[in-house]
Design a protein around this ligand. Structure first.
Ligand code: HEM
Length: 160
């Protein structure tokens, strides 16, 4: 009876110690902090962030493929691209900061977030390009997925 209780206690201590070790050595992938008062959750902010990005990339992708295949800018294409790009850019940025708040990363912005902000500025600025020249529009159509990939890598890999 005494023996088993001792081995159970030492096993529990060992688990405790491992947990403490893990917490100390866990990579800095901050777990989202959901406070009871959080109106919008981490997951909702991230979904809104992605939704904004999908809108923005649809606008830029559509305009670049349209221009690359000889399309002329018209009032209707200008409106669709303008709305999707404007709403998408705003939503992806605001929700991006929302996710940051849920990750408790608002104190000092880590390198990967600064890089994403620079990437966002580049992607938003691409709107001026498509109807400049067919070659610019073609290059942009191929570059957009790569820029999205870089954004995903920065968010998931947090390399710096
Ligand atoms: C064009 C620019 C951007 C692209 C393509 C992009 C892409 C992404 C993607 C694909 C994810 C989801 C990753 C996952 O599944 O965990 C993500 C998450 C995230 N993004 Fe962005 N993003 C961009 C701009 C921004 C900006 C400007 C901010 C900051 C204001 C930001 C902050 C975040 C944060 C905090 C996360 C969550 C990371 C986590 O869950 O650990 N992103 N982004």
């Amino acid at each position: 009876m005494q023996q088993t209780q001792c081995s159970r206690r030492s096993a529990a201590d060992a688990v405790q110690q491992t947990l403490a070790d893990v917490e100390q050595t866990a990579p800095c992938n901050p777990a989202p902090t959901e406070r009871a008062s959080s109106v919008i959750s981490y997951a909702t902010y991230k979904i809104l962030h992605l939704f904004g990005l999908f809108m923005m990339f649809t606008a830029l992708g559509g305009a670049s493929v349209h221009a690359a295949s000889g399309g002329e800018r018209s009032a209707s294409s200008r409106r669709i691209v303008g709305i999707l790009h404007g709403v998408g850019a705003t939503l992806s940025l605001v929700a991006g900061f929302g996710v940051l708040a849920r990750l408790d990363l608002t104190a000092g912005l880590p390198g990967w977030v600064l890089a994403k902000l620079a990437l966002w500025l580049i992607v938003v600025g691409l709107i001026v390009l498509p109807y400049r020249s067919k070659s610019a529009a073609t290059a942009m159509a191929y570059a957009l997925p790569v820029l999205g990939l870089i954004g995903a890598y920065l968010a998931i890999g947090k390399p710096f």
